[in-house]
Design a protein around this ligand. Sequence first.
Ligand SMILES: *[C@@H]1O[C@H](CO)[C@@H](O)[C@H](O)[C@H]1NC(C)=O
Ligand SMILES: *[C@@H]1O[C@H](CO)[C@@H](O)[C@H](O)[C@H]1NC(C)=O
Length: 206
Amino acid sequence: MKKSLLVAFCIIVVFAITGCNSQSTAPNTFNVLFETSIGNIELTLNRSWAPVGVDHFYDLIQANYYDQNAFFRVIQSPRPFVAQWGIAADPDISAKWNFTINDDPVVGNSNTIGTISYAAEMNSNNYACCRTTQLFINFGDNSFLDSMGFVPFGYVKSGLDVAMKFYSGYGEQPDQTLIYSEGNSYLQENFPLLDYLTSATIINDK
Ligand SMILES: *[C@@H]1O[C@H](CO)[C@@H](O)[C@H](O)[C@H]1NC(C)=O
Ligand SMILES: *[C@@H]1O[C@H](CO)[C@@H](O)[C@H](O)[C@H]1NC(C)=O
């Protein structure tokens, strides 16, 4: 009796802590439409490439987390590298989703042009860890990232030409800490030419 009460109590506590960000199981593959400030991009996500990452992305899309996110790190020089985004427009929303997800194992998909991976921190072994919400589209063959633990979880199905035109003139200048703390007001004031993800929508579940 006492034991079952304890179990019930634990279940309630776990729900209370994780309830707001409960993890879905995404469809095996699905497409997402990104409407951006300069045109549409369609992505295909593939759960077999990175189930933890795809499930988390699926939740983030449904929570509208990425709506109005800036493509704040667009690197075209010295060669086309990445477009990165994933810090919420509103600092309260970034803070709510500031928790790490487990790593996905490397299963042989490569960071080739048009694939999408999570940005990550590097651990003491110089290996990617601690993914949260930030993502990037590869603008070239970045397969050197594969052995560092960056696991692609989808690819641009159409509209890579749109992504390649995102404003890249600010390079590495936008300060991520300030985007986290001040949100889009910091970016609009200091980097007015950035392009934005207007809305992200799941367009077919299979
Ligand atoms: C998903 O990945 C698996 C394994 O690489 C592959 O067989 C399948 O064709 C992929 N599906 C899509 C829609 O990309
Ligand atoms: C996210 O959480 C970690 C600790 O869990 C903290 O060190 C970091 O400053 C937080 N970042 C933001 C942007 O809130």
